[in-house]
Write a protein that binds this ligand. Structure first.
Ligand code: G6P
Length: 372
């Protein structure tokens, strides 16, 4: 078993370290020699994709957060409204679907029963379904109209890591493909974003090469009663994912919030010593996104929180509001989730490890939930 884990103590640790490859392999073969995007493998009628007027992403757990990240990029690139919904909720309401709705079902395993049922429900209403899946030949891509595979390789640890990065990558490829097809982006612009994506494996590797501080912090905070995570824009789903990882692995109460919602309730939770992770966007980000999040960090810190700030290399504006700074390399705003989530994964794994818990097989959870 030690050999299977490639020298790591946990499959999760191994899989976290396979993330640069998961992103690279998911990009592999999807551009031609000139750097242009090719997704002929989709085998979905381009007329259908051209007339799509709404996208609904359905998924569970971490896969749903990948969809949540993708919403920001796809709406920005394609100007198509994107809804993200938990499969278990989608199935039991009365969703408004037409033949112009594209339902994107994201699932690592391809077997989550909530997603299977949601896919059937969507197809019965006449919507087209595209599966983003990591497992060849599994139920969800088989039942969908088309599939785009992630190439993360088999994921063994119950808590998803490398599949998440691969799902974001695949969703971005789909978004760029749609934008190109529909004339929302010029071929050159698409090439530019693809180049950014191709740089991400290296950026993720840089984060992995510097996890010592976050591991140390995890051991210090292993006795915390609750941990909060704040983010805005694409940092919001990253905050949700950071909290989910901590719940799953460390059995620790954790919550992710949209940083802008703080003042509408969650800030009342903050008391002396409360650990709060703040995912800070790039100082290059649009509008005043960066300044807003830095001031959110200040607000909680002024109320006694211990702030752990995830910020880009060279971003000194965070220093005044951070008890601990965790550095990630500089990347474009929409690419940031691929780097900022990594320290949160390592943190959760390390807290669980410090508590003597089974990182790969947390209590009460299954890798793939095949019942509704
Ligand atoms: C389970 C796993 C999660 C995973 C979710 C969705 O709850 O424990 O790690 O994110 O299922 O799985 P899927 O295979 O559909 O992506």
């Amino acid at each position: 078993a030690a050999a299977e884990k490639g020298g790591y103590q946990w499959f999760m640790d191994k899989e976290i370290h396979e993330q640069p490859k998961a992103v690279a392999d998911t990009l592999l073969g999807r551009t031609d020699a000139s750097g242009a995007l090719i997704l002929d493998e989709l085998r979905m009628d381009t007329a259908v994709l051209r007339r799509t007027d709404k996208i609904i992403v359905i998924a569970c757990g971490t896969s749903a957060y990948a969809g949540h990240v993708a919403k920001y990029a796809v709406e920005h690139w394609c100007r198509i409204p994107v809804e993200v919904e938990l499969a278990s909720e989608f199935r039991y309401r009365d969703p408004v679907l037409t033949e112009r709705t594209l339902v994107v079902a994201i699932s690592q395993s391809g077997e989550s029963m909530d997603v299977v049922m949601a896919v059937r429900h969507a197809r019965e209403q006449g919507a087209k379904v595209l599966a983003i899946c990591n497992t060849q030949g599994s139920t969800i891509p088989r039942e969908a109209d088309a599939a785009l595979y992630t190439h993360a390789g088999p994921e063994v640890a119950v808590a998803s890591t490398k599949a998440f990065l691969a799902q974001i990558t695949a969703c971005y490829l789909l978004g760029l493909y749609l934008a190109q097809l529909r004339g929302n982006m010029f071929a050159d612009e698409v090439r530019g974003v693809l180049r950014q994506l191709h740089q991400m494996p290296e950026a993720v590797q840089t984060v992995l090469d510097r996890t010592e501080d976050v591991r140390k912090l995890a051991r210090e905070l292993a006795d915390a009663k609750s941990v909060l995570f704040l983010g805005r824009h694409v940092g919001f789903p990253v905050a949700l994912e950071g909290a989910l990882k901590l719940k799953e692995l460390a059995y620790l109460h954790a919550e992710g919030f949209a940083a802008g919602e703080l003042k509408h309730g969650p800030i009342a939770l903050v008391e002396d010593g409360q650990p709060v992770f703040v995912i800070v966007p790039s100082p290059d980000s649009r509008d005043s996104l960066h300044a807003k999040v830095v001031s959110n960090a200040q607000e909680v810190r002024a109320r006694g929180a211990r702030t752990i700030v995830i910020a880009e290399d060279g971003d000194d504006a965070v220093l005044g509001s951070a008890d601990v700074v965790i550095r990630v390399p500089r990347v474009p705003t929409l690419m940031a989730p691929l780097v900022t989530v990594v320290p949160l994964q390592v943190f959760a794994m390390e807290v669980a490890s410090a508590k003597g818990l089974d990182v790969d097989q947390p209590r009460n959870l299954a890798k793939s939930v095949t019942v509704e």
